[in-house]
Write a protein that binds this ligand. Structure first.
Ligand code: ATR
Length: 277
């Protein structure tokens, strides 16, 4: 397998919108690696067959995106602890014997983005407010707890979904009614939007931010637009804001290193390449 041109890709349905081919392509050319990273449009019915065939074709691994993240986990031969905790996989690696190893790097990507933007971020300093209880929230809340955040205050429009997440991740997750969100702002040092609100084409995230303390770290996983209205309003109130593009870039790094053997850098040149694609 070692004399083969290394291949990797992203499997999704649809997959045309994925930025992953551009960002991995940037790293491949930057480090002079003779390899390819391609978009693979695969339906759910075909996922298992495709994953069995890919290692025979020279693929070292793949990213998986909507709607395959849960099924990919179920199909894996081995699963990392963090992927099992999150209940979904985004990074699959084929071992030399063709076995499928599943990981989830969304949470570490989220943390790496905050740490790169705010080097003095101190997770253990106090509670963090998280908006949303979907798949992205699951990865982010478990990563925050892993970093030593003492308490995560979780608010979701559908309370039952937030309850399910708390039941899964434990007692350091505390629920707050979506309508009472602003009441938590004065006591938290970090606020995270994990919902799709504010994304180009969807509704805005209209919460009253006036209770926020200056210096609070506010981050959004939405990166289209790069500066969401939520981040812009937080910035006006003296918050330190972190956009969501960095999470996308950082979650890609562990896969690239595993498949192509080079630890890639997340820097301004990569951001520019992805933004201009
Ligand atoms: P992902 O896997 O990207 O997190 P998801 O699982 O569909 O996507 O989750 C989307 C999140 O955005 C959920 O927290 C969702 O809230 P519900 O659980 O109540 O659906 C939240 N969301 C989407 N549209 C919303 C809206 N109009 N108001 C409030 N929250 C919304």
């Amino acid at each position: 397998m070692t004399d083969r041109v290394p291949l990797a890709g992203v499997i999704g349905d649809p997959v045309g919108h994925s930025k992953s081919p551009v960002l991995h392509g940037h790293w491949l050319s930057r480090y002079g690696i003779r390899g390819y990273y391609v978009p693979l449009h695969v339906t759910q019915d075909n996922l298992a067959t495709v994953l069995k065939a890919l290692p025979n074709m020279g693929f070292r691994g793949v990213n998986v995106t909507i709607p395959h993240k849960e099924q990919a986990l179920a199909l894996a031969d081995s699963v990392t602890d963090r992927a099992a905790l999150i209940g979904a996989a985004n990074t699959l690696t084929f071992t030399s014997s063709g076995k499928l190893q599943a990981d989830n790097t969304d949470g570490v990507g989220f943390i790496a983005n905050i740490r790169q933007s705010i080097p003095d971020w101190a997770p253990s300093e106090g509670p963090v407010l998280v908006l949303g209880a979907g798949g992205a929230s699951r990865a982010i809340v478990s990563a925050l707890l892993g970093e030593g955040v003492p308490r995560v205050i979780l608010a979701n429009r559908t309370r039952a979904r937030a309850e399910a997440l708390r039941d899964h991740l434990g007692a350091r997750v505390e629920l707050l009614d979506w309508t009472r969100l602003p009441s938590a702002l004065p006591e938290v040092h970090t606020v995270v939007n994990t919902t799709s609100l504010g994304m180009k084409g969807s509704q805005p995230l209209n919460i009253d931010l006036s209770g926020i303390r200056p210096g609070t770290i506010v981050t959004d996983i939405v990166y289209t637009p790069l500066i969401t209205d939520f981040l812009a309003r937080a910035d006006e109130l003296g918050a330190r804001t972190v956009d969501g593009l960095g999470m996308l870039l950082h979650q890609a790094a562990p896969g690239f290193e595993r498949w192509f053997g080079h630890k890639p850098e997340v820097d301004e040149a990569l951001r520019r390449a992805v933004l201009s694609a």
